[in-house]
Structure formats: C-alpha cells, structure tokens
Design a protein around this ligand. Structure first.
Ligand code: 13P
Length: 692
C-alpha cells in the first residue's frame, strides 16, 4: 500500500537514481567526446574480439564512437534536467539492458581487458564495470517505471532549447577533439613527460611473479601441474606456459621502442638520450594515414635537416606499405618500427607530430595543425614552439565547464524569470518543493444521493451541511448530487460557492419530445454546475451506452456543466483482471474524442461496481493502481499536463473510516460518495479526511 510517506520515499529514490544515472552518463559521454579516436580504437578492439571486422564498414567504429559520446552526454543531461523524460528513460533503460549482460560476458571471457566506458580518463576492470552496470541498471529501471516522478528543472516550453544545446555540445566537442587533439590528455605521453624517466623502474619496486604451468598426460588424461605438485615420470610432458601470478610495478611507459626499418637496430636509447630536438612523425598505420599534409611534413623534415634536428617516422606498418608511402609522398626521412598500440597511445592523430628535447615531450600536433614555415622561422631554441607548451588541465576543465554552464544558466534564468511568470499555470511543474504534494488538480468530495430523500428531507440535509461548513475552509471542493427535483431549491438554499450542486443525469438530446427527460440546459438553469454521468447504475439499469454517454457529455459541456464521469468494472471483470481494459474502453468510447480543452473540464470517478453499496471497498493499493493507470492513459491521449490536472475520484463504500487511507494515494483525488453522503456527520467525516 502506498501511503504519503512511501510516496515521498519513492520520489526521493527516483530522483536520486536519476541524478546518479545523469552524472555517470554525462561523465562517460564527456570522456568519450574528449577522445573520440581512443573510443574508436576500443570499439575496433571489440569488433575484432567478436570476429565482426568483416561485417562492419570501416567508418563504423569512429561513427559509433562519436554517436555514443553525444548520446551518453545528452541523455545524461536530459536526466539531470528532467527533460524529455519518456525518451531519455526508455533509451537509457534499453542501453543498460543491452550493456549489463554484455559486460557480464566480457568479465567472464575477458576478450578485451578494459571496457573503455570512461575512455582513458578512468579505467575499470571488467568485473568492476559489470558491478557498476548492475547499479546503473537498477537506477535505469527505477527511472523508467516511475519516470513521472522525475522532477524537471526546466519548463516544458524551454526544454527543446536545452535538449538541442546538450546534443550540440556533445557532438561539437567530439568533432573538435577528433579534428584536433583531445583537449585533455589522459595518456602516459602527455606534454611534459620525460620518456626515459617514465620508462625506468625504481630499484626497490615490486617485481611481477610468473608461474610455470605444465600440461602432462597419462593414460589419455591431460592435467595441469605446477613445479610444486609436479608428478612422477609416468606422466608425459605435452606443453607448458608462463602465467602471471602477481603483477609487479609497471612504469607508466613500458612499451616504447624504435627499431630502424632498414637494419632492425634498436635505437631507442640513443635517440632518447641524445641532446637537442627530435621530431617524431607518428603514423601507426601508413596505409590509413591522412596524406593531405604531406608537403608540410616534407618541409618540416627539410627544416630539421637544415638545422641538425632529429626526425623519425614511427610506424607499425609493413615494409611494403612504408615503400608505398615513400613513393606517394616523396618521403626521405628515416622510418622506425614501433608497436601499434604504443603509437596510438602517443598521439591521437594519424599522422601526428611530436617534438621532444632531451627525452622530454615539448609539443604535439594533429596533422591538420602542423607548424608551417611561418612558425618554423628560425632555430627552435629561439622560437616559442621550442619551449614546452604550457598545459593546465584544471584550467581547460574550468573553461569547458564555463562554456557549458553559462548558456545553460542563461536559458534556466530566462525560463524561471520570464516563462514561469508568463505561464503561472505551470507553477507546480518547477522545482519549488517537489517532495510535498503540490499537485495542481483539485481534491473533491462529492455526494451522490441517488434516489433518496423527498424534497423537504433533501433541503434539510443540504442546509445542515451548509451550516456545518459555514465557518470551515475544507481542503477540498465539496459537491452534492441531488435528484432533479431538489436542484433548484437546494441551489438557492445553500452557498454554492462553498458547495457545488450536481444533477445525477441529463438527457442525451438537446430538447424536444422526450417525455420524462431533463436536458443539460434545464439542469444548468437550476443553478447546478455539475452533472454525474455514466454511473454504473444508469449503465446497468437504464442501458446507457458509450455512444449515449458521449452525447450527454457533449451537451453537458455545451451548457457549462462539469461532468463527473463514472467508470468502473464489475466483479467478474475484476476477477478476470480485466479492469484496466474495461475502464479504458469506457474512457475511449465516451470521452477520448473530446478536444484536450474539453477533456480538461471533466472530473473522473472510478467506481468499481463490486464495491458500490456492498461495504466492500477497493484497497488503497487497488485504487491507486487503477487511478495511476487511468492517468497514464490520459497522458498518452492528451499529454502530461492535462493528465496532471484531471481529478480522479474513488467511489464505492467510501466512509470516514477508510477515506483517509484512500485519499493518501497520489492518484486518488477524493471520492464520490453514495450511502455516506446521506448523513451530514458521515459526509463531513469524509471531507475531513483532507484536513488531516
Ligand atoms: P456507496 O458509497 O454507497 O458505495 O456508493 C458509491 C456510489 O455509487 C457513488 O456514486
């Protein structure tokens, strides 16, 4: 059963989940956007590990990398701002539903050693990733199921602007970092790194421990042994392997080497220890390298030769591909072979250029921003680029946050100061105090006297209620539904500003020869402002159909009467669990072709037929479930705003003793009361349920 307390806890929970998911998605989208090539390489690893390379077009890994960065960043932003709730929660839920089992598979099989969720910014093991995804999946399910509870930080009117901004920001950042170098470098070859120092292992550091595993056979049975349990000579040796038992200290750079292409000679030490400037043209695969800037590269090489600086092209390509590159570009510089992964780690550009001096990385250039003759106008020690480029990650992050936040705060400011003021009706949709019940729709307690009380008795009852409420300010609207003959007298005898008067029916025809009928216009002429329509007793005993009710609703609205429209299932339908279907067909059959404007004038009353006059009440949970369902169908048909503003009353053996529990449900907005409306004390007890 959902009480107000539980309701609040649920609100807090859902919004906590939404913030956790939002922050993680923004963070992971940002990490990918900063280094789109890094994510591309990771995706390529996955494609290779799953043997899908032949099925995927070449552009796919890069496309997916930029798409994922933009998608994660914007979905995280949507969740944080509480905008486009349905789209964002469904997409995030689907993504987690796909990723969680996939990461379980990765954790078990380990085809790729780190998941790459957060690029190289934050590396998790595969099991850590799976654990993280379990938490995110729970959060995603919660947000998906209870998405209506996510508080929006921006009005519906302005949300498109924020959505567009978030998507553009993610996309532009990705493209910028792809066309230039990543704005933040999380890799071991950052500007300022002393390569030989980063390769050295301190003398007392922990060494890796390896173990020899032997595979032996005896009588057709193969078994693995270590040196400790090596068996007797009846076992025959088959194979052995070396297994890492304990990982020792690994220096930040542990895989850098350069071997001359022609001689195969390792020249790593001599190059790194040589004094002065050296350029590395890094092209992990010559066959894929961009050749738009070959003239500039050749000029830089000539500049190095003139000035006595080192220049090497580092690649992992085959000799034949290097020869092709030479033929195509006229390259005269020396080529060295280096590990492919190392080259991709050194610089996110193919080709890219780095400048080192005395083993220290001074600068890095994407191939689209190579230094030209105007920059290389003299000796390097006289030029700015000959000095280490200043890099300040904190400052960079500050700038990114600044440019991200300023336009957002600007839109939020306009939203709060202008749009909110212009549209007071939407007040309840902002973050004022979302955890208190600030719903816009009315709470209502309406009596349905049915066919009870003669004129005098009815008048007396109405007057007594009027008196009891005279000095009170109920926390709900109060309505009494009297037989036709009472309407005019009751409406004149009571304060209709405090107690609304309702008829219990009206005709489905405007006027004319319909003996015994009372038209909507006639009801309105008595001073009544409401009319109960579609009550189950009228459907059952007077055979009112969906169509006649549709006509009655239209006539009521045309005469400025507010319909209190009743729906509900019979016992057999409840037992067959068809209640949702039944109420939906009643709503769709009589109301759902109204315009949103007309529909928003209607009050609904859910009255399970099996609970009317039987003393059998729907439980608070049953009432809440079906009221929430009814509201969800209104959301689908007329949108969230109309749904949030529609009052849905519960009817069926509602009394002072159970009203409070029923009305405590977030989607139960009051009651339509039969038997208990015939005595003022009983009825007042129900009204008071809203005062508690
Ligand atoms: P009871 O409150 O008597 O069960 O009747 C409910 C009802 O039908 C109100 O319209």
């Amino acid at each position: 059963m959902e009480t107000k307390q539980q309701n609040r806890i649920l609100n807090v929970w859902v919004n906590l989940c939404r913030f956790i998911l939002g922050i993680v998605f923004v963070f992971s989208g940002f990490a990918k956007a900063v280094d789109p090539l890094g994510s591309k390489y990771k995706i390529q690893d996955y494609v290779d590990a799953f043997g899908l390379s032949s099925l995927m077009p070449d552009f796919f890994p890069l496309f997916l990398s930029i798409f994922l960065a933009t998608f994660e960043f914007s979905m995280g932003g949507f969740l944080l701002f509480g905008i486009r709730k349905k789209t964002s929660t469904v997409l995030v839920f689907l993504m987690m539903l796909f990723m969680t089992p996939l990461t379980l598979y990765l954790a078990i099989k380990n085809p790729v050693s780190d998941c790459g969720c957060f690029g190289d910014l934050f590396i998790l093991t595969n099991w850590q990733t799976f654990g993280k995804n379990i938490v995110l999946l729970i959060a995603a399910i919660s947000c998906f199921i209870w998405r209506d509870r996510i508080i929006r930080l921006i009005s519906e009117k302005s949300q498109w602007l924020i959505a567009l901004y978030l998507i553009s920001f993610g996309l532009i950042l990705s493209l910028y970092c792809y066309r230039n170098l990543p704005i933040l470098d999380f890799l071991p070859y950052k500007i300022g790194t002393n390569i030989p120092q980063s390769m050295s292992i301190p003398p007392n550091s922990k060494k890796s421990v390896y173990e020899n595993i032997f595979i032996l056979e005896k009588g057709g049975v193969k078994k693995e042994f270590s040196l400790e349990n090596y068996p007797d000579s009846t076992w025959h040796f088959i194979d052995s392997r070396n297994v890492l038992k304990e990982k020792g200290y690994e220096p930040p750079i542990h895989d850098f080497s350069m071997n001359e292409m022609e001689t195969g000679k390792d020249i790593t030490d001599s190059v790194l220890s040589s004094k002065g400037y050296t350029f590395f043209l890094v092209a992990h695969r010559m066959e894929e390298a961009d050749d738009n800037d070959i003239d500039l590269i050749n000029e830089i090489y000539d500049y190095c030769v003139e000035n006595g600086y080192g220049f090497y092209c580092l690649t992992s390509s085959l000799d034949s591909q290097i020869e092709q590159w030479k033929a195509k570009t006229g390259a005269e510089y020396p080529f060295c072979l280096t590990d492919d992964v190392t080259l991709k780690t050194i610089i996110r550009s193919n080709p890219g250029l780095i400048l080192i001096k005395d083993g220290v990385i001074l600068n890095k250039w994407h191939h689209s921003n190579l230094p030209d003759e105007y920059i290389l106008s003299g000796k390097l020690d006289k030029l700015t680029i000959g000095r280490q480029k200043p890099v300040d990650d904190v400052r960079t992050i500050d700038w990114v946050v600044f440019w991200f936040a300023v336009p957002l705060f600007f839109v939020m400011g306009i939203d709060v100061l202008v749009i909110k003021r212009l549209d007071k009706k939407k007040k309840g949709r902002y973050l004022i105090n979302p955890l208190i019940n600030n719903k816009m729709r009315k709470n209502i307690v309406a009596g349905n006297w049915k066919m009870n009380k003669n004129l005098a008795e009815g008048l007396a009852l109405a007057k007594e209620l009027n008196e009891v409420l005279a000095n009170e300010k109920p926390n709900c609207d109060v309505i009494i539904g009297t037989p036709f003959i009472h309407l005019a007298s009751v409406a004149t005898a009571i304060d209709t500003n405090k107690i609304g008067v309702a008829a219990q029916n009206c005709a489905d025809k405007e006027s004319g020869a319909y003996t015994g009928e009372v038209s909507a216009a006639m009801v309105a002429s008595t001073g009544a402002k409401y009319v109960i329509l579609g009550h189950s007793e009228r459907r059952a005993y007077y055979h009112e159909t969906l169509e006649t009710l549709k006509d009655k609703v239209k006539l009521a609205l045309a005469n400025d009467l507010t319909p209190i429209f009743c729906i509900g299932e019979v016992l057999a339908e409840r037992e067959a669990e068809k209640q949702n279907e039944v109420v939906l067909s009643q709503l769709a059959g009589s109301l759902y072709d109204l315009s949103a404007e007309d529909f928003s004038k209607i009050i609904l009353a859910y009255e399970p037929v099996w609970a009317i006059g039987t003393g059998k009440t729907a439980t608070a949970q049953q009432a809440q479930e079906i009221h929430a369902y009814i509201r969800s169908t209104i959301v689908e048909k007329y949108g969230k705003e109309v749904a949030e503003n529609t009052s849905i009353l519960y009817g069926g053996s509602c009394k002072a003793s159970n009203a409070k529990e029923l009305f405590a449900n977030p989607d139960v907005d009051g009651g339509l009361i039969g038997g208990a409306s015939l005595k003022v004390a009983d009825f007042k007890g129900i009204i008071d349920a809203f005062n508690a």
